[in-house]
Write a protein that binds this ligand. Sequence first.
Ligand code: SAH
Length: 370
Amino acid sequence: MAAPAPGELTFAAPRGAKKPPRHLADLTPEERRGAVEELGEKPFRARQLSRHYFARLAHDPAEWTDIPAAARERLAEELLPGLMSTVRQVSCDDEQTRKTLWRLRDGTLVESVLMRYPGRVTMCVSSQAGCGMNCPFCATGQAGLDRNLSTAEIVHQIVEGMRSLRDGEVPGGPARLSNIVFMGMGEPLANYRRVVGAIRRLTDPEPDGLGLSQRGITVSTVGLVPAMLRFADEGFACRLAVSLHAPDDELRDTLVPVNTRWKVREVLDAAWEYAAASGRRVSIEYALIRDINDQPFRADLLGRLLRGKRAHVNLIPLNPTPGSKWTASRPEDEAEFVRVLESHGVPVTVRDTRGQEIDGACGQLAGAER
Ligand code: SAH
């Protein structure tokens, strides 16, 4: 077994958390052959099953006509157990944004969001049920960590999204998924091994995996430095997003509590290591919170930290969580923040705020259900 990531050592799942069942998507192609053989089937059935699951998105054993009917049920039960069911689906933005609340087998709730834009479709997925990072402005952070998701539980959110896109269930006609962001519930780098496994399943060519592009995947982190450095060594061309939210340790210690462990400078140094290894610009996420982190002096400080680096700033108007004392910045403060960053030559965009009407902010839907 691979050594646990540094992040996992520090932020282990709560004791007694139930294990999700083993699923084809948890396994490497080699492991799938072994698992099929253990069930008394020929190893080549593994590739057939993989083709049904990853390439054809065909979950109904009745469709697996290349596998003898007698073997289908058993293979399905043992290697493609049901992982999640839909609790609720809500849409907005002319049904171009759709959020799904899933219930896992042990009752745990997780969310994913599909966002359709002209020419691309992005899916936002969860990597953990809940989150242990405790950021005070984030709905998921308030509820704490339930447990890590398995690789298959991460992959299956995407498989379901791809299937409903293919089948035309999202208005606008059938479409293909182009982008995946690990910006749903959880801290992906605190569930390191399973997230890396999921990225392999997503990007391995069919039929071993879904054949998606690594360049279309973004992993967002609070800044778990040892895990960021390990991620840089994986050789992925994925994008890394760093949830910075403050350029100074004093404020960041309160907005992103893990900053008390890894400081702004260490986090950014690790980000530049990742940028060098991946050849991709790092996305610096910055939720603009009125009168908290949106002052021109903080924009200036951020600009100084980022100028000349392989970075792009993504400003996110705060989506206030229920009962929060904080709200989004005034438009004039946001505009000034952008101007100051640009004066340092730092590329910056303001994220569109899709999904606000459907509690689109991280963790809000699951929070409402609880
Ligand atoms: N744990 C990871 C990924 C999940 S959150 C991380 O923190 O990066 C994805 C992004 O949404 C993060 O940048 C997070 O800080 C931001 N976010 C969470 N709650 C928000 C809110 N209420 N308004 C705006 N952005 C929020």
